[in-house]
Design a protein around this ligand. Structure first.
Ligand SMILES: Nc1ncnc2c1ncn2[C@@H]1O[C@H](COP(=O)(O)OP(=O)(O)OP(=O)(O)O)[C@@H](O)[C@H]1O
Ligand SMILES: [Mg+2]
Length: 234
């Protein structure tokens, strides 16, 4: 569904991605792990169109998308839940959700809003409250729900559990499973390595701008290098 090939992305003179290739099959969950500064956010922002790669290709559903502006990539069906959530603190929960649907022209928006509020009852309860007044976990739920309002085929999640308490982390992972079960493909960046690998079929390990290891998550969970560097075992 998504094919990233030999992508190089720079921040000014700093090369953050040094020839990254990642494949995301339709209906899968794929996870990307890696230390701080490895280039995970740069990769997701490159896919979502917030950054243009200097070389390499990104194709989605067989069409090249690298270099397209973010709203056009969103319209094609790729939504990003950015690192740090980036919900609009001074807008209400409902207004935040409405913003998520701005690229849509179809008449299904109101029904989708209802469905999302069924799925996230807390958002229905708080729909008139300002986004900024929600707890961290609730804001993350709102950020995910807002992205779903664009009715994406591929959801990019950048560290959705960062800074959340263990119970809330479990809730976010449950939500990711539900989104996947409902038919959306997911590309997940996580520092919660074990849970990310357990929820995904395939994992890529990014180190200083390069994929150093990749494969079926179940196999990589047994990989000594993963155990030592990312799971704190051995
Ligand atoms: N706007 C920017 N300007 C300059 N350098 C940047 C910018 N954004 C990222 N970088 C650099 O690019 C590299 C990759 O950063 P990136 O944010 O993609 O890493 P990451 O894997 O998401 O890290 P983290 O786990 O901390 O979120 C780092 O060396 C970072 O310092
Ligand atoms: Mg990051």
């Amino acid at each position: 569904m998504l094919e990233v090939r030999e992508v190089e992305t720079f921040h000014g003179d700093i090369q953050a991605l040094k020839g990254v290739s990642v494949s995301v099959p339709e209906k899968s969950i794929v996870s990307i792990i890696g230390a701080n500064g490895a280039g995970k956010t740069t990769l997701l922002r490159t896919i979502a169109g917030a950054l243009a790669p200097r070389s390499g290709t990104v194709s989605f559903l067989g069409e090249p998308i690298a270099g397209l502006p973010p709203h056009r990539i969103l319209r094609r069906g790729i939504a990003l839940v950015p690192e740090g959530r980036a919900i609009l603190a001074r807008l209400t929960v409902r207004e935040n959700l409405e913003m998520g649907a701005f690229v849509r022209k179809d008449p299904g928006v109101a029904a989708d809003m209802e469905r999302l509020m069924d799925r996230f009852p807390i958002l229905r309860e708080r729909q008139g409250q300002l986004g900024g007044s929600l707890s961290g976990g609730e804001q993350q739920m709102l950020a995910i729900a807002r992205a779903l309002m664009s009715s994406p085929r591929l959801l990019l999640l950048d560290e959705p559990t960062l800074g959340l308490a263990p119970l809330v982390v479990s809730e976010i992972f449950r939500t990711i499973r539900q989104i996947h079960a409902a038919g959306t493909t997911v590309l997940l960046v996580e520092q919660n390595v074990k849970q990310a690998m357990k929820v995904s079929s395939c994992t890529y390990v990014l180190e200083t701008g390069r994929i150093v290891l990749s494969g079926p998550s179940a196999e990589l969970l047994e990989e000594p290098r993963i155990k030592a560097s990312y799971l704190g075992q051995g």
